[in-house]
Ligand binder design. Sequence first.
Ligand code: NAD
Length: 491
Amino acid sequence: MLQLSMYINGAWQANNSVAKRQIINPANGTVIAEAAEGTELDAEQAIQAAKQAFEQGPWPRMSAEERAGYLLKIAERIEAHHEELTRLETMDNGKPLREAGYDVSDAAACFRYYAGLILAPHGETYPVPDQMQAMVVREPIGVCGLIVPWNYPLLMSVWKIAPALAAGNTIVYKPSELTPVTATKLFEFFDQIKLPKGAANMVLGAGETVGHAIAASDDVAMVSFTGGTATGRKIMQDASGNMKKISLELGGKSPNIIFADADFEAAVDYALFGIYAGAGQICSAGSRILVEESIKERFITRFVERANQIVVGAGDNPITEMGPLVSQQQMDKVLHYIALGQKEGAKLVCGGCRLTGGAYDNGFFVAPTAFAETTPEMRIVQEEIFGPVAVFQTFRDEAEAIQLANDTKYGLAGAVFTNNAAKAMRVIKKIRAGITWINTYHGTYNEAPWHGYKQSGIGSSLGTYGLDEFMEVKQINFNLDVAPIGWFANR
Ligand code: NAD
């Protein structure tokens, strides 16, 4: 069984904590690892190590080229361990191997992207009056607290770690207490390539203790968080103590709008992909499928026919198309919402239950589920379920599609399917969300910002925007003609 330790000030903290947390494979309930359960004290030690490394260590002081060199070495290690990381991610999170494999490739690509971007020109000069040179330089912020969820354990970590380190910050990172396995591997790579002591620290443990300690610390200059909106709110409160900078990537309830003139089979296919990839545990999942009234019956019939054929099983079985939910608790939450949908009067058109029998019995499997005949005020339409549960809504025209699409507190993602290019663009521009697609779903690139509107977040990940999050901007005004200003009389 794997033993997972914290990594503080360039050393594994083998005996730092007596308490251990068991890490469970959600496909079969077996214990795959024991993780040290961090305390506030561990978080504080990590913060002090990062502070010392920021104030005195080489990481913020070395050239961007040198830092980029470290990032490229990390990318190489990830690539060299692709198969192992993929297997570990599947074991820990439950996602099928093909999904985990994409995540591992994306993680390596993200390190490469920021290794390149940090070498691009940063800063500006301004044409102010001739005797002055005005310029902007970019600087790291300081100690950055990075807190991530369990749905993309490695990739969500890398989306923060790569730009934060590239910018010259030092970090205190906390994975989800449910899925610390691949993160630990990543820190093994940091150790092997001899990342300067204290530049990257990892604490393990619960959000309410370790996460809270990071978010509330006066020595942490910024906290970058991905997770639920309710936790995001707590982080904002904790961060207010020292007015630390915050970046929040939160939940969603994203609309996938299907017009009658869309390519029918492609739209059905992407609607399935939009909600059932990751067993629906994706922040940008297309969990509300808005279908034009005239094709409603045909669309739902075909969707259900296909949903019922999805092969649900353990992620390490190559034929599996959809894995389990990450934990018993997540499965119970999803089943609770399914019961609620029925109570609210929505019509269950497929799934609606835990899968049992044989190998299913020890895992946390829920059948691909969908509800039709919903109304906008139902909780299953408004709240993030974070499981394989789609809700269908219907609309009569463009205006109603837009109105329904925007009718939640969230604003993370959205898609439109139509063969009318002008209509696609008109609608997508009206969707109040940061990540959108036309005739596709889910695909996203390191180069583009990942960003939520409304209660889906503050700030951006990825792209140049994701690097900017981890940098301060400083204006410098340089007087080229030094003489007294003469504002007050020189008596
Ligand atoms: P969560 O909010 O429960 O936990 C996320 C992380 O925060 C974990 O590491 C947890 O330990 C920590 N945490 C919990 N309470 C804390 C506190 N009081 N102070 C500091 N840290 C605390 O979320 P989750 O269940 O792990 O993940 C699912 C959620 O993440 C969903 O809402 C999903 O939409 C969201 N998510 C968003 C994005 C995005 O990019 N917008 C991406 C992935 C997941």
